[in-house]
Ligand binder design. Structure first.
Ligand code: HEC
Length: 119
């Protein structure tokens, strides 16, 4: 019975299978994947955005006047810059949100902004 795999005709392949399954599971649960925003976060982010940011940055991030930064073009890998600009403000026009937004708000806003806005 212990030689069942050999009798099946492809001993080599069978032996690799557990390794492949483990690798696939690792990929699935990798930190990069866990950090992907969920649709719920994007939705919540859209609400926070509409309340606090849309007045200047435009509805759905579509920016008519060109006075504020077009957030659809914000570099999506740069969470540090996002966090710092939002918490501390920037330039003449961008207020600091440090006292108004919780960490959770920032997380869902970031999810929304990385989504590109129109989904
Ligand atoms: C009162 C108008 C106003 C509001 C409200 C506002 N912003 Fe801004 N925002 C600006 C302006 C103006 C700039 C451009 C600042 C500059 O580069 O000088 C800017 C720039 C930014 C940038 C780019 C900063 C960078 O690193 O270049 C981000 C990100 C941003 N805003 C996010 C937000 C978020 C998120 C909200 C809501 C919590 C928000 N803003 C609300 C006016 C506003």
């Amino acid at each position: 019975m212990e030689n069942a795999f050999h009798l099946s005709g492809w001993p080599g392949r069978r032996r690799h299978l557990p390794g492949l399954v483990a690798a696939a599971a690792l990929l699935w649960f990798s930190p990069a994947r866990a950090a992907d925003p969920t649709p719920e976060q994007v939705d919540q982010g859209r609400e926070v955005y509409a309340e606090f940011c849309a007045t200047c940055h435009g509805r759905d991030m579509v920016n008519a006047g060109g006075f504020a930064f077009d957030l659809r073009t914000f570099p999506r890998a740069d969470l540090d810059r996002f966090r710092s600009s939002v918490l501390n403000g920037k330039g003449q026009g961008m207020p600091a949100w440090r006292d108004k937004l919780a960490d959770d708000d920032l997380t869902v806003l970031w999810a929304y902004i990385r989504s590109g806005g129109n989904n």
